[in-house]
Design a protein around this ligand. Sequence first.
Ligand SMILES: [Zn+2]
Length: 513
Amino acid sequence: MPEGGTDRRAVIAGAAVFAGAVVASAIWARLEQGTGGTGEGFDPGFAGVLPSLGDGPPFRLTVAEVDITPGHGVSMIGYGYKPRLSNGRCARRLRAQCAVLRDPDGRVLVLVRVDAGALAYDVYRSIVDTLVAEGIVAAASDFMINISHTHSGPALGMHPDPRVLTQLPDEGIGGVQATAEAFKNKVIDLVRAAHRAPGEPVLLAHAVGRAEVGMLRWVQGLSGPTELPVLIARNADNGKLEAVIYSYPCHPVCRGNDTVFDADFCGVASTVISAELKAPALFLQGTGGNVDPVGQGGGEARVHLVGQALAEAVVKTVRDTRFGRIKGGLDAAIDEVALPFAPDLSNADAVAQLRRRYQERIIQLQAGPTKDGAARRHAELMVALIDAGRLPRGVEMTTQVWRLGELRIVGMAHEVVNAYTGYVRRLAESDDVWVLGYTNHVECYLPSDAGLTSGGYAAGWNEESGRYFPGVAGSVMGYGWPAPLRSTLDAKPGAPGVEEMVLQRLERLLRIG
Ligand SMILES: [Zn+2]
């Protein structure tokens, strides 16, 4: 059932959640009243997480959340090509949820997950720099923010470019910046509040369940990934479940293209899991760049079908699977690099050629709320950037590895396709690895090299455009970049394609701890 609501109610509700009950234990304590307390219905999975002698001191955990649903008239991101400003209604609230984890030696890792479509690199950078400056985390490696990729959320930056996708006029850019600023401040305040709390002593354990709610995009009739990693935190003193963190790779596109805010299937899933298990549930987006939810069309029925099925799979995993206890401390490492484009944009001739092709496109294509109109608008923006000498030379890429005892959590920026989960597992020589896409910032697709060399939506080029130029309605156009990313076809010694660049960095990061 949609909650409905107006802009004003959304704002007020957000303020109330934030001011009154940031620390989630209060919220969940209320939820538990009338249920007779914890433990009901829990069985075999939990038994494996009970404390036993000699296992060492527990971790400490604080979980908190805040409503981040914006109001009406806000530029939304996820679909093209007609104008798309929020109408003030909200089907399921957009939340930021935070888990502050401390190991017995005092190492602090801060995980945030948000219901949002994408997040600009500079907004991420500003959040993490603030947290480091305030001493909340020791370094950027110790903070991770995962973006759900709901297609019913606000624009939080200019990649994807709402001027291209939704005809946002230039005067609307200030509004996008204001929305991003408000988002940033809410996330920082959330982390500050969660960090101030002493946290609960917890035992951590993980298991892998099975969910069948995804199907491959672009490949007719093929079912998607089934792995469902789940991490649980159980109170070391009283056994109470303190948090369920789970990940699945899949596009939150069940609602479809309208102007209502919606956390989509992951919002339903976390609400159902929380009601069922009496603990906060945090969804983390996996390598879902090429995965869609099962079902057809858009609307409430599909949001519920997928969300409910995912929730049931998580609850079943928690109840029926034997969890492996996490022992040992926390560690983290991070790396940043700019992913290069296929043409060498430090070369003046290559830039001049790019400009010629964009000018041809402006002449050929009609303006309007269509894919052609979007491609024309994109071309105009690129010519303006070239003429101003402000063409970007690459796309920032962050790769990150957290170690929780034996478990490693890999966070990769952008819309990472599912093939990377296998690549990372092989590098790690272990199955005890979670691979997350959509982490820290989301500003493009990260296809595999095979995807980049063969073209298509994620690669951002097609037969007609060729591999140095964005195809009409491809992802490079929508995200507002000048050209597709570099594949092995354009790699040179010392200048590899982006897949190799990313995997080389991850190989180094995986050696931590
Ligand atoms: Zn996407």
